[in-house]
Structure formats: structure tokens, C-alpha cells
Ligand binder design. Structure first.
Ligand SMILES: Cc1cc2nc3c(=O)[nH]c(=O)nc-3n(C[C@H](O)[C@H](O)[C@H](O)COP(=O)(O)O)c2cc1C
Length: 511
């Protein structure tokens, strides 16, 4: 390790390789009582400041002879243990940031929420015990698993995950429908949850089959003590026609069913939108004009994945067959953000509250949705992968971000990114931001050269001896592919100059 940037890469890699065990042996083994697993988890979930703050002033690992944490690390059984001691040393070298008092509470659809972090409607919030545990751990609310008047027959298996390189859940596919509990059971869960957790927010997600059913469901969810009603106009894989995303793609049905729900409740109504459509604004406007108070987006994206090339079946494989199902998780985040932006920049929707979701794993993801205008965010796939505990780093990481940037309340960041997204024809096309090369950091791996040649504008060559890149400014168009592919972040955006300036203008680039 020759500099701080490499240390950062080591920290990220080590934390990324941690198995994130439940009741982790490393923590149990630590003779000094360090919350080893929680520190590594904070690092993994982009809460490095929180990880640093969990260390004592004097690092006890330095004098630890047993290194039992590494001996007990379950990853050692696969190849090698996580380098826990190096992680702790790396973190101990970082500056501590004091957490100032910040207010995470926020108003959403006129409902006061202790924080904006909610479970989204799915298996992660489908009975009393699950939601109670999530509330105890800090989640501000739940959009309970969609409740209908019928109990669907489900298949096994019903999930599949897309793995690329070492990342196991690039995206996630499910073909699960609505709640598999009876209406009576679901109502009793909601009532008990509201009784035991009066300050937590309960969104009842519903799906009717007729206008009468939508009205009925809205009425009984309201009587059960829900705070908000969410209309599931968006599940993409219902086994019967005319449900879920079939509704969300049809403005007339969206309007008719929203009106039906309004007849059954005085509570705020959210219309949950399908991304399986070009313009989400059209059904969203229909819902708002029909009486909805806000929008929830996005539900899952229709998908097919992982074709098995021995059997030619695809996942989830139900006796050799599958069906189109809903894609979620980190892969869908950019798509979710673009839909949210489209709605927030539409004049008829700009003031409409949005609950955003799709691929949120960390406080940073959540903050990005909020910066695009969401006053509330919801999460499923990340909880399925890692458990409710992701809330700990969401709350702590968000607080540290807000306080270190001088914000007093989370509501101050809502919408801050909107003015930075403009139409393509309004972008400045008369200047180039050249890449800047840090030769000390560069390892001479040649990845930038390869990508620039094969996928760019052939502006890089490699120094014969050092193998480090040399840029030919007349050929460089400032596309930043080299910045993206550099594995050690030795290439960063440099000076922006007017188009076609001579070499001297990028001298800062250190070529
Ligand atoms: C297993 C599973 C079940 C789901 N069930 C529902 C549901 O019953 N109702 C609903 O509105 N959305 C349902 N969703 C969609 C999620 O609420 C959410 O909109 C979507 O997964 C995107 O968020 P995520 O990337 O955090 O998972 C489900 C998603 C998954 C993965």
C-alpha cells in the first residue's frame, strides 16, 4: 500500500469480501469487545465515518496477540480470513467526524414520520413479527405486503438473482404475487402493529379486482388504523389478467380505481406506479386527478434472466419453466431515479409527494432519491439480502452526511438535485473536461489504454517502459471512459477548457 487511495481500495475490498455473518464470530472472538462486524458493515454500507467513530481512541488490535477474530472468521474456510486488523488500522488512520444533532423526521403526505426510511410492500413486511422487529430496529414505517381479497397460489422457487463477477445480487427477480395471508389475518396484523407502535407509519398496500373491492379494501384498511393507503397498480407478474401493472399501464383504470379508493377512505392515497411504461407521468397525473395524494415509484421491471445453457430453462426455474417477473435491486436504481425525475419535472406533478424506491441499499442511495425530490423512501431487495439491520447504517450514515455538510434537517436536501438535470439540448457542448492523470498512483496496468483504443477515441498510448498512459490531447474528446475503468482511481476529471484548445491548457493533467 503506497498511499491513502490504495488504502481506501483495500478497505472497500476487504469489507466487500466480508460474509456479513449474523452473530459474527469475529465480534464474539474479540477480547476487547470491539463491535467488529458492525464496524465492517458500516464500511460496506458506505458509512465509513460511522465505522471510524465506532473505534476506541486507542486501537486495542495493535497489542492483540491472539488475532482470534481472524482465526474465527468464516471466510477463512473459503480462502482466507478478512484482514480485520488491516481494516481497523486503515480506519484508525481516518479523521473522526463529530455527529451534530440533525433532524431525520419528515412530513410526507401530511403525515409526520420519525424518519423517511420505510420497508416497501413485499415479503419483508408481511406479518406482525417481521414488521415489529423492523420497527424496533429503527425503520420509520412500512408499506405492508399488498393485501387483496384473494390468496394467490404461489410457485417454488420464486426468486432468482443475477451475479456478475463477485457481486451476487446485481439485480433480483421475483415472481411472487400479493399477500399469502388471509384478509382477516392481515387486518389483525395491521391493528396490532398500530396499537403497539402508534408513532410508526403504516401504509396499507391494496389490490382490488373491481371498483367495489378497491373501495371495500380501502375502507377496512382505514378502520384497521392505517395511516396511508397505497394502490398497487404495478405488480408485473400477477397470474390473472387486469391486475397489477395491467392497471398501471391503463390511465382509465388508474383513474377509476383511484376514485374507488377515495370513496372508501379519508386517508392520503399513494398510487404505486409501474416502470413498464414509457411515460410514468401520464398514469401518475390520472391518479392525482382522480384523488390520489402522492405517488410511489417504482415497482419492479419486467425481466427474464439467467438462462441455464445446459437445460435452456431460466430462473426462477419451476420444473423447467419460468415466467416474466419483476426485476429489482441495485441494477434498477438509475431507472427509478429517471422516472422520479420525469415526474418531479412535470408541471402537473412537481408538487406531488413521491415515495421513491428501486435499488436503495445505503444512506447514500436514499439521499440521492431524496435529492431528486422524494420525501420518503422504501426498500425491499436490500433487506432481503442483508436483513433489517441495513437501517442502522442508513440512519447513522445519513446523520453524519447531513451534519458534516451543515444541514440541520433531512428535509433540506429534498429536491436539491433537480435543477442539475436539464434537457440534452441545453448541455454545454463547447468545452471539454480533460482527464487528469496521477502518475504516482498509476500502476501501469493499461486498462485505460485498452478501453480508450477499443471503446473510445484512441487518445492514449502507453509509455514503453513504465506502461503508464500518455495522452494525445488532439484526439481526446473528454468522454471519461478512462476515468471509469481505472481500477485505482488514478484518473480523475481535470480542467475544463474550450473545445480544441492546445496541449498547454491541460498541463495540469500531468501528462
Ligand atoms: C419479493 C418481492 C415481493 C414484492 N411484493 C410486492 C407487493 O406485494 N406489492 C408491491 O407493491 N410491490 C411489491 N414488490 C416491489 C417492491 O415493493 C419494490 O417496489 C421493488 O422491489 C423495488 O425496490 P427494491 O429495489 O428496494 O426491492 C415486491 C418486490 C419483491 C422483490
Amino acid at each position: 500500500m503506497n498511499n491513502l487511495a490504495y488504502k481506501d481500495i483495500m478497505l472497500t475490498e476487504e469489507a466487500g469480501g466480508c460474509l456479513l455473518c449474523h452473530e459474527a464470530p469475529c465480534t464474539k472472538a474479540c477480547p476487547y469487545g470491539l463491535p467488529v462486524d458492525s464496524i465492517i458493515r458500516s464500511l460496506r454500507f458506505e458509512n465509513k465515518l460511522g465505522a471510524v467513530n465506532k473505534l476506541p481512541e486507542e486501537l486495542p488490535c495493535r497489542s492483540c496477540e491472539s488475532k482470534q477474530c481472524k482465526k474465527d472468521c468464516l471466510k477463512a474456510r473459503i480462502n482466507r480470513p478478512v484482514h480485520i486488523d488491516e481494516i481497523m488500522e486503515g480506519l484508525a488512520a481516518c479523521e473522526r467526524v463529530k455527529e451534530e444533532k440533525v433532524d431525520l423526521s419528515i412530513e410526507f403526505c401530511n403525515v409526520q414520520c420519525e424518519n423517511p426510511f420505510f420497508l416497501s410492500s413485499s415479503v419483508v413486511g408481511s406479518n406482525y413479527e417481521m414488521v415489529a422487529k423492523a420497527f424496533d430496529m429503527g425503520w420509520g414505517g412500512v408499506a405492508f405486503k399488498t393485501i387483496g381479497t384473494f390468496v394467490p397460489k404461489e410457485v417454488s422457487p420464486r426468486f432468482d438473482a443475477l451475479r456478475k463477477e463477485t457481486v451476487p445480487f446485481v439485480g433480483f427477480k421475483n415472481i411472487e404475487q400479493i399477500s399469502d395471508h388471509s384478509l382477516e389475518e392481515n387486518l389483525s396484523y395491521l391493528k396490532q402493529l398500530k396499537k403497539d407502535y402508534p408513532s410508526k407509519i403504516i401504509i396499507a398496500s391494496i389490490m382490488g379486482q373491481t371498483e367495489e373491492e378497491w373501495t371495500y379494501l380501502a375502507r377496512i384498511m382505514t378502520e384497521a388504523g392505517s395511516d396511508i393507503i397505497e394502490c398497487n397498480f404495478s405488480c408485473p407478474h400477477m397470474a390473472a389478467d387486469g391486475l397489477g401493472s395491467d392497471v398501471g399501464q391503463n390511465t382509465e383504470l388508474v383513474a377509476a380505481f383511484t376514485k374507488a379508493v377515495r370513496r372508501g377512505t379519508h386517508l392520503p392515497i399513494l398510487a404505486k406506479m409501474t416502470p413498464n411504461i414509457g411515460n410514468m407521468e401520464i398514469p401518475a397525473i390520472a391518479a392525482i386527478e382522480a384523488g390520489a395524494d402522492g405517488i410511489a415509484a417504482i415497482n419492479t421491471i419486467k425481466s427474464i434472466m439467467n438462462v441455464n445453457l445446459d437445460t435452456f430453462s431460466s430462473g426462477p426455474d419451476v420444473e423447467g419453466k419460468t415466467s416474466v417477473g419483476g426485476y429489482s435491486g441495485k441494477a434498477v436504481k438509475p431507472i427509478a431515479l429517471r422516472f422520479i425525475h420525469s415526474m418531479k419535472s412535470c408541471s402537473k406533478l412537481s408538487k406531488v409527494p413521491i415515495s421513491g424506491m428501486g435499488g436503495i441499499e445505503t444512506w447514500r442511495d436514499a439521499a440521492e432519491f431524496m435529492a431528486l425530490g422524494c420525501a420518503n423512501i422504501q426498500v425491499t431487495t436490500s433487506v432481503m439480502q442483508y436483513g433489517y439491520r441495513v437501517i442502522e447504517d442508513m440512519i447513522e450514515g445519513m446523520k453524519l452526511y447531513l451534519s458534516s455538510h451543515g444541514y440541520k434537517s433531512i428535509s433540506e436536501i429534498v429536491g436539491n438535485a433537480l435543477e442539475h438535470i436539464i434537457s440534452a439540448d441545453n448541455l454545454n457542448r463547447d468545452s471539454i473536461c480533460y482527464p487528469k492523470f496521477d502518475k504516482a498512483k498509476c500502476l501501469g496496468c493499461g486498462r485505460c489504454y485498452l478501453s480508450c483504443y477499443d471503446g473510445g477515441h484512441q487518445a492514449l498510448t502507453q509509455d514503453v517502459k513504465s506502461k503508464k498512459p500518455i495522452m494525445e490531447p488532439r484526439k481526446c474528446v473528454g468522454c471519461h471512459l478512462c476515468v471509469m475503468v481505472c481500477p485505482v482511481q488514478a484518473i480523475v476529471p481535470g480542467t475544463r477548457v474550450r473545445n480544441k484548445m492546445p496541449l498547454c491548457d491541460i498541463s495540469e493533467g500531468g501528462n
